[in-house]
Design a protein around this ligand. Structure first.
Ligand code: PAF
Length: 326
């Protein structure tokens, strides 16, 4: 099969590197071609010139030449597309995916945030889109130099129209050393990931700490728990029943496995890039409002992040004081 990865940010590069390095060990029936598409100019330059330098979770390093391009016409017709662009780029990317994906192909979104499936579905067709989520963690240490900070779980939501391809993709990703499972309920996958990102990402960006450090902060533990409770209530209205205790355990496990990672939101803040706050907390707050549900803790985090994006600092003590007043 031919696989195309869309996105040359941290996770796009991480998945592409793992796929590229595992090609020599794949079973003959699962052999695949690999291409990576991106438009980030300086990143393309460094990846084309030097390849990707990866600091693995075990402390070893490798250098991999990745088949990157910004020329859509240079891509083969794809059996499988992995979408790993930022949520705010999905709409534009969907039109490009529609041009390269085979009629019988599958496009898997592994992005953060809500609304990606719908955006892709509009251009690619719902039958060819599968949701997924990943807790793989990667942080840029320098130009072209990436740290694989946690080998987190990836879950692919079963799409009954494309199950054979998804099974094959699962085998291919497992052969890369990535923990991957196929699950039946896309709603649960999406809301679980949304809840985890809503708990970790804004707080880590406001505090400017790695994911693991959130666990050491008593106030953060409390705030994250309240975020999860609020998300469970909103998800429930969409007939997705999440158990707050399970979710809380998952959150702690992800903070532990990605302890050395700077969340994507913190990395975006540091690099003065647009964050995905509108597609994570912003979506939760907006959906809750439609149902008349109150989400005061998510509201505070959303407002503080929006201020931080404008350059106004939001000390954690202010956030804690506001939450305690509720
Ligand atoms: O956005 C992120 O950074 C990631 O989704 C996760 C799993 C929170 C790890 O940092």
């Amino acid at each position: 099969m031919d696989i195309v990865v869309f996105g040359i940010g941290a996770l796009g590069c991480l998945f592409a590197q793992h796929l590229q390095e595992s090609r020599s060990t794949i079973a003959p029936a699962d052999r695949f071609g690999l291409h990576i598409y991106g438009t980030w100019k300086s990143q393309l330059e460094i990846l084309s010139q030097q390849g990707l330098r990866l600091l693995h979770a075990d402390g070893t390093e490798s250098q991999t030449q990745l088949p990157v391009t910004n020329d859509l016409d240079a891509l083969p017709a794809a059996d499988a597309v992995l979408v790993l662009v930022k949520s705010y780029q999905t709409s534009k990317t969907a039109a490009l995916v529609a041009r390269v994906l085979k009629p019988q192909g599958v496009c898997v979104t592994l992005q953060n945030g809500f609304g990606n499936r719908e955006e892709l579905g509009k251009r690619v067709g719902e039958q060819r889109v599968a949701v997924g989520s990943t807790s793989q963690a990667a942080t840029w240490l320098g130009r072209g130099y990436l740290h694989h900070a946690g080998n987190g779980q990836t879950t692919l939501g079963r799409n009954r129209h494309r199950e054979d391809l998804q099974q094959q993709l699962t085998r291919i990703l497992r052969n890369c050393g990535m923990p991957v499972s196929l699950a039946d309920d896309p709603g649960t996958i999406l809301w679980t990931k949304l809840a985890i990102n809503a708990a970790i990402n804004p707080l880590s960006a406001l505090l400017q700490v790695k994911n693991g450090q959130l666990l050491a902060h008593a106030d953060c533990g409390r705030i994250m728990q309240r975020v999860l409770f609020e998300v469970c209530e909103v998800a429930g209205r969409q007939n997705v029943n999440l158990d707050p205790d399970d979710l809380n355990k998952k959150l702690f496990e992800i903070c532990r496995t990605t302890a050395q990672n700077e969340s994507s939101m913190l990395q975006d803040m540091r690099n003065k890039r647009q964050t995905e706050i509108d597609f994570i907390t912003g979506k939760i707050v907006a959906i809750a409002k439609n149902y008349g549900i109150k989400t005061p803790v998510n509201d505070i985090l959303f407002q503080k992040m929006k201020r931080l994006e404008e350059g106004v600092p939001a000390p954690i003590d202010d956030v804690v004081a506001l939450v305690d007043q509720l």
